[in-house]
Design a protein around this ligand. Structure first.
Ligand SMILES: O=P(O)(O)OC[C@H]1O[C@](O)(CO)[C@@H](O)[C@@H]1O
Length: 499
């Protein structure tokens, strides 16, 4: 039987976003049976709890409410009066003046993990939507790494008098973030002294805090008017829809942010009501479960074919791996079955010239999600440039479909060098045209996929205990490096600490 000719088209839609799951090579009945076999009897109830903000995160003793940030608890719900919207308007109109009276021209978002990846990914993906509404040009920069390498590159290109720092941290205590803020403070001191200003002037005019802990923002010296809070029940990796999304709105505009939330909300409703074989998150979750449990595939590559999605793999890596990379269940009992896969990936067109060799002919099995945008608007260019860009888009579509096909069906040439085993299950997430709505819907679909898989694996997808232990060991190590601890480590660590 010719597998290629006998593979039927299987797809689900939501307003310009299509999931083509044909190359999972699963019959609809297999999906239905898997749902019967693996989903708990009260799954519908749990889904409604998630969508209404009452699902429980037992280890942290709180509910899970990120879905509400794109509806009833949206920071732009009262777009004329909310603090979030007022701050965005003031910055984007050039009316936010720094301590010396100059308008802000640069924003630096300092945060890490969920307080960096979502804002970075989305500001980058939707930047082109800003041009028609932005009145005053603001450049946005993102700084996350504790080593200071990013600050090292950003500080020389911004002016202390016209730069505003968004300190994004749910806890407002993450050492990585405050290591960066401390360095900025040292950089500010002489610059502000030269113009007759102090660190207090800087804190009052050049800093916005985004956190679930207002007390800590006040303790740091950020005036209440420049603090935007959000609920403790919004997890860090689910927080780009909340106050943490401020840099998305300052980069792309309030309207774009509203449209992003609307797209995600649309996906919430779709997840709630679409029948199984039309339900994008359900299909992504069940095919993923099948790949993990029945085919034994331990990884999922995220392969976007549009440069605007460059940061999507890293974002989904945190979303999925920090949620479902666990070996204890909801009730803190050890478990002995495989849970969340390793999420990795990279920009597809560049991957073709790098790691695709292994995907096509290497030993290991993988699954992959291709993400493709079919058409793009390029109205600001001349007609001939638009045509050339359209040809480039076609080139990307052809390459995406070609590699996806080869990974699925393989190829047997005359020699071993020309042998491609194929048989790797993949999804195609095809977007007609990138808009804030389709982008919001795509990200929300992945969130729900992670939720469904977490429920099946009986995990608490909303805590991250493994990260905490690493932080504790780093603290011990730092004390040792500062000569404040006598703790002795292994030979290798000892040697590295001494060198
Ligand atoms: O926003 P915060 O509190 O600074 O935390 C940043 C990140 O650190 C983590 O808590 C774990 O390292 C992530 O879950 C979170 O997104």
């Amino acid at each position: 039987m010719n597998k290629e000719l006998n593979t039927p088209l299987r797809k689900a839609h939501l307003d310009g976003l299509q999931l083509d799951w044909s190359y999972q090579f699963l019959a609809p009945e297999t999906i239905e049976n898997y749902v019967k076999k693996r989903l708990p009897a009260n799954f519908d109830e749990l889904r409604e709890q998630l969508l209404s903000g009452s699902f429980q995160n037992p280890s942290e003793g709180r509910s899970v409410s990120h879905v509400l940030s794109r509806s009833v608890e949206s920071v732009v719900k009262d777009v004329k009066t909310s603090k979030f919207a007022t701050i965005v308007r003031k910055l984007r109109s050039g009316n936010w003046l720094g301590a010396t009276g100059k308008p802000i021209t640069d924003i630096v978002n300092i945060g890490v993990g969920g307080s960096d990846l979502g804002p970075l990914m989305t500001s980058f993906a939707l930047a082109e939507f800003a041009s028609d509404v932005q009145q005053h040009r603001i450049q946005t920069h993102f700084v996350s790494s504790m080593d200071g390498g990013q600050l090292y590159a950003v500080l020389p290109i911004v002016d202390p008098e016209t730069t505003l720092f968004i300190v994004a941290s749910k806890s407002f205590g993450t050492i990585d973030t405050f290591a960066n803020v401390d360095t900025v403070r040292e950089w500010i001191k002489p610059a502000f002294a030269n113009v007759g200003k102090t660190v207090t002037d800087w804190l009052q005019n050049h800093m916005i805090g985004l956190s679930a802990n207002p007390q800590r923002m006040s303790d740091y010296g950020i005036p209440p008017a420049h603090q935007i809070t959000f609920s403790q029940s919004v997890g860090g990796r689910f927080s780009m829809w909340s106050a943490i999304g401020l840099s998305i709105a300052t980069t792309c505009g309030l309207r774009v942010f509203e449209r992003l939330l609307a797209g995600a909300h649309n996906m919430d409703q779709h997840f709630s009501s679409a029948p199984l074989l039309q339900n994008i998150p359900m299909l992504m979750a069940i095919t993923g479960l099948y790949n993990r449990e029945e085919r034994g595939i331990n990884n999922l590559a995220i392969l976007p074919y549009d440069g605007r999605f460059r940061h999507l793999p890293s974002y989904l890596q945190q979303l999925d791996m920090e949620s479902n990379g666990k070996q204890c269940d909801f009730a803190d009992h050890p478990i002995d079955y495989p849970t969340g896969p390793i999420i990795w990936g990279g920009f597809g067109p560049n991957g073709q010239h790098a790691f695709f060799q292994h995907l096509h002919q290497g030993y290991d099995k993988f699954s992959a999600d291709f993400v493709l945008v079919r058409k793009r608007q390029a109205a600001k260019f001349t007609e001939s440039v638009q045509q050339s860009l359209a040809r480039q888009q076609d080139l990307a579509v052809a390459n995406c479909l070609a590699h996806r096909r080869l990974m699925a069906f393989g190829f047997r040439g005359e020699s071993a060098r020309d042998h491609y085993p194929g048989d790797n299950p993949t999804n195609l997430l095809a977007i007609d045209e990138l808009t804030p709505e389709t982008f919001g819907a795509l990200v929300a679909a992945y969130e729900h996929k992670v939720f469904i898989q977490g429920v099946v694996w009986k995990l608490n997808s909303f805590d991250q205990p493994g990260v905490e232990r690493g932080k504790k060991i780093a603290e011990d190590m730092l004390l040792r490096m500062q000569g404040k601890s006598e703790q002795v480590f292994d030979e290798s660590t000892e040697a590295q600490l001494k060198s």
